[in-house]
Design a protein around this ligand. Structure first.
Ligand SMILES: Cc1cc2nc3c(=O)[nH]c(=O)nc-3n(C[C@H](O)[C@H](O)[C@H](O)COP(=O)(O)OP(=O)(O)OC[C@H]3O[C@@H](n4cnc5c(N)ncnc54)[C@H](O)[C@@H]3O)c2cc1C
Length: 223
């Protein structure tokens, strides 16, 4: 950090990748982050050892949470229940992701760097053992979306111009309008949504009134 050389010049998170846990998948379903340090609980737990960490992140979870009210007291914080790992599908993707990372780390190229596996630990091989470890240690990487999703079904809050359905002159323009996770980090897509809708509000590049519905209707009539 002082001399602009050596390990101090790295942010510690130098590489990553998007992978499919099953080859037949159309798109990657996990993202991995390679951290050049022993990292657990977002580095809140200090480690006295050298090592590296590979994080597995599920990109398209099936489990859905909710935001609700805790009480009638308007000053109380909202109840946020993300429901992580509620679905067996999500637990399987995480399990497969752990096994995939073990396979990558076992490759010859990493021979000079690899020591014994610390987390989850080589003894944890069964589905049950990996699931229990994921439940104990999994964290969020802060990409919640979808509480005011865009669309036309009964659960949709905003239309394709981010206008709140049924309310005049009100828009929601943030990550909450994404109907599902985007399959990657959410910051850039949120900025993209904001740029598009601010252009629409300013009349610079107005969006068609019902673009998605038109697309859905033409797809239906083609079928
Ligand atoms: C620790 C952390 C790390 C992250 N890392 C990454 C990353 O590396 N890459 C990536 O792509 N994404 C990352 N994300 C996710 C990304 O930051 C979010 O997806 C994105 O910021 C969502 O934008 P938003 O506009 O929906 O909400 P926010 O950015 O949360 O904006 C909401 C704004 O509303 C304001 N606000 C709240 N209540 C009120 C109120 N009552 N009145 C007025 N203003 C109010 C808040 O102060 C805030 O400025 C990270 C998130 C966190 C928390």
């Amino acid at each position: 950090m002082f001399f602009k050389s050596g390990v101090g010049t790295s942010n510690g998170l130098e590489s990553g990748g998007f992978l499919k846990t099953r080859p037949e998948l159309e798109m990657p379903d996990i993202q991995i982050h390679f951290v050049a340090a022993m990292m657990r609980d977002h580095a809140r737990q200090k480690s006295d050892r050298h090592g590296f960490t590979v994080h597995v992140c599920q990109l398209r979870p099936e489990s859905k949470g909710f935001v609700g009210l805790k009480s009638t007291d308007a000053t109380e914080h909202a109840l946020i229940q993300p429901n992580y790992l509620a679905s067996e599908y999500d637990r399987k993707v995480m399990r497969d992701g752990v096994r995939l990372v073990r396979n990558i780390v076992a490759q010859k190229a990493l021979d000079p760097y690899r020591g014994p596996e610390v987390w989850p630990g080589e003894e944890k091989q069964s589905d049950e053992a990996i699931d229990a470890w994921v439940r104990e240690c999994a964290e969020t990487i802060y990409h919640p979306v979808g509480t005011a999703k865009m669309g036309y079904d009964d659960m949709a809050v905003v239309d394709t111009r981010c206008r709140v359905r049924g309310v005049e002159g009100l828009r929601v323009v943030d990550a909450s309008v994404m109907p599902t996770l985007v399959g990657g980090n959410t910051n850039a897509p949120t900025i993209m949504i904001a740029e598009k809708i601010s252009d629409d509000i300013l009349g610079k590049a107005p969006l068609p009134a019902e673009d998605v519905r038109i697309a859905e209707d033409s797809a239906a009539s083609a079928a």
